[in-house]
Design a protein around this ligand. Structure first.
Ligand SMILES: [Zn+2]
Length: 249
């Protein structure tokens, strides 16, 4: 049961027939794991907390650096030197004290993602490296949990949803060969500040749609955004029959 305070706080959601009280309650009862509290993780966490997602687990072992503040908007000047998950939690509880937030502030070994994902309803990939993305994908596939994944670099972004509850869904690994992919990081290539805001906000939106079970998800589709020319492209993303993670064998 929601309190009067919650009914008022979330009233613009509750007005929407697609959400209503039942959808808001579903948001309240959901557990979302956010991996990476940088450029993408900032808007993801801020919107999910503002929207009333009841339980968030924030994972980041990194510390806030002054060069992060250009785009990682959940952090501020006083966060420099603090752990990113802790810094984000401090800011998020000021935005909405009614939600529950856990932090994991150490590096997570690849074999420990499964137990962490087991306790979540949805996993949001906001990381910046292929090793973690592949590990998260494999573990969320094993646990049959949806993975909402995005990336942004320079003036470009991409977004997809891998719903591992659905056997026909491709997985993140279907997109890439495990050894042919090289990390391209913002530290080397640069990134325009709002592109992570755009892509992270869309991740939060897809998470909410999955929770309220409304609309059409991005499963089997990859969306690409070229901000310089303001062009959106959508590609069909087939399941790779030889994928080492999700193929039938
Ligand atoms: Zn696959």
């Amino acid at each position: 049961m929601m309190t009067d305070n919650e009914l008022l706080r979330y009233s613009r959601h509750i007005l929407l027939p697609d959400i209503d009280i039942a959808g808001q309650q579903a948001l309240h009862d959901s557990r979302v794991l956010i991996v990476g509290l940088g450029g993408l993780g900032s808007p993801v966490a801020m919107y999910l907390v503002a929207a009333g997602v009841g339980h968030l687990t924030l994972v980041d072992f990194d510390e806030v650096d002054v060069s992060n503040l250009q785009r990682q908007v959940v952090h501020n000047e006083n966060s420099v030197g603090k752990n990113k998950a802790q810094s984000a939690k401090d800011a998020l509880l000021k935005l909405n004290p009614l939600v529950h937030i856990d932090t994991i502030e150490e590096k997570v070994p690849a074999d420990q993602w499964q137990s962490m994902i087991e306790q979540a309803d949805i996993v949001v990939d906001c990381t910046d490296n292929f090793a973690t993305r592949f590990a998260l994908n494999a573990a969320s596939y094993q646990q049959k949990k949806p993975l909402v994944s995005a990336a942004a670099i320079r003036f470009e972004g991409q977004l997809s949803v891998f719903d591992h509850r659905d056997v026909s869904s491709p997985c993140y690994q279907c997109l890439y060969s495990p050894d042919g992919s090289e990390d391209l990081r913002c530290a080397e290539a640069g990134v325009v500040a709002p592109i992570v805001g755009v892509m992270g906000s869309l991740q939060a939106l897809e998470v909410i749609k999955l929770i309220i079970q409304s609309g059409e998800s991005l499963v089997g589709r990859l969306v690409l955004f070229d901000a310089k020319r303001h062009q959106w492209r959508e590609m069909r993303l087939p399941k790779d029959p030889h994928c080492p993670v999700c193929s039938a064998s």
